[in-house]
Ligand binder design. Structure first.
Ligand SMILES: Cc1cc2nc3c(=O)[nH]c(=O)nc-3n(C[C@H](O)[C@H](O)[C@H](O)COP(=O)(O)OP(=O)(O)OC[C@H]3O[C@@H](n4cnc5c(N)ncnc54)[C@H](O)[C@@H]3O)c2cc1C
Length: 303
């Protein structure tokens, strides 16, 4: 209740004040801020995935701007010697306005990544987008299997079935690439598991399903219980670090990040940037008021 109250109040505060906590999670407003962050993370052994903020659009002209922006991002990172991938939210490409046009725009981005032998991952959004985003991935994977991946959310009740479907597309010539996360949107109990223990149990079951099938998995979590569970599965299936990676959000749990890298695992940091940082921050708060506790902490504790 307290978190809900604060979450609804924060968007009315001055932008400068919101930036005080957002800056911990967002690399900056411009592409060069994201480049700078990636270059800073690189010497510590962290790879990066770049996300341009701006998923809420109202017309396909804005979707074309998203496509153009990602083309520029890929060009810009192409001149750096970094291990980088790109993460995008299909709603920013018009997913909910015109599915076919959205697919075509994202396909152009993936084709460009393919030319540079890089990867574009489809972030998973709220439950209204899941069918469409899996369909996008099905098509893109069929054409560019090595250059595209998708995020899957363990809190969704449908996920075990979705993973079975996606695993059927996986072959050694056309490998599937999954980022497994808990899921961040505020879904109803009908759609999503709600109890933390249940979400964690589902997460580890989903992770075992993927790793057992040799599917490259990005283990996206800051939850120590899940990280330890992942270590156990990596041992159980005798996996080499080329078969998975860990992923964490920029600004979250840097100590855990260092500990994972020091153990010899690959780790990628999700680096968002963009002019839409204010809307992004306040929308994320409305979707998940529990974030308030992290924000309050971030105001006092420097990462
Ligand atoms: C790389 C990456 C990509 C993601 N992509 C998606 C996606 O495509 N779709 C989607 O729905 N969700 C995505 N998420 C978000 C994810 O679904 C979770 O909501 C988020 O990671 C928190 O879950 P957790 O596993 O870290 O566990 P939690 O139990 O939520 O967190 C574990 C601990 O991590 C710390 N922590 C977690 N989040 C924060 C924070 N924001 N600020 C400060 N501390 C924090 C806290 O100490 C907390 O106790 C992504 C997460 C990561 C790491």
């Amino acid at each position: 209740m307290f978190h809900h109250l604060i979450a609804s109040f924060l968007p009315h505060l001055p932008k400068k004040f919101i930036w005080l906590f957002s800056r911990r999670y967002i690399s900056g407003v411009n592409l060069e801020d994201a480049v700078k962050t990636a270059l800073q993370l690189h010497p510590a052994g962290a790879w990066t995935t770049i996300d341009r903020l701006g998923e809420f659009i109202t017309c396909m002209k804005q979707a074309e701007e998203s496509r153009d922006a990602y083309m520029t991002i890929i060009d810009r990172f192409g001149i750096e010697n970094l291990n980088v991938t790109y993460s995008l939210k299909p709603s920013g490409f018009g997913l909910l306005i015109d599915f076919e046009a959205c697919y075509e725009l994202i396909r152009q981005v993936v084709m460009k990544a393919h030319d540079g032998n890089q990867l574009v991952r489809i972030d998973m959004e709220d439950s209204a987008c899941v069918d469409r985003e899996i369909e996008l991935y099905r098509r893109l994977h069929a054409e560019f299997p090595g250059n595209t991946g998708i995020a899957i959310q363990s809190y969704l009740r449908r996920t075990a079935n979705d993973l079975k479907e996606v695993a059927e597309w996986h072959t050694s010539e056309s490998p599937v690439n999954i980022r497994l996360c808990k899921g961040i949107y505020n879904e109803s109990e009908k759609i999503a598991y709600k109890r933390p223990e249940e979400i964690n149990r589902r997460y580890l079951a989903d992770l075992e399903f993927l790793l057992n099938r040799g599917i490259y998995t990005a283990i996206a979590t800051h939850d120590k219980e899940l990280v330890n569970g992942a270590f156990g599965l990596i041992d159980k299936y005798q996996l080499s670090p080329t078969q998975y990676e860990f992923q964490m959000l920029y600004g979250v749990s840097p100590d855990l990040r260092t500990a994972i890298i020091e153990k010899g695992h690959h780790l990628r940091v999700y680096v968002p940037y963009g002019e839409e940082w204010f809307g992004y921050s306040t929308r994320r708060l409305k979707e998940n008021p529990e974030m308030v506790k992290h924000i309050i902490k971030a105001m006092f504790v420097r990462a």
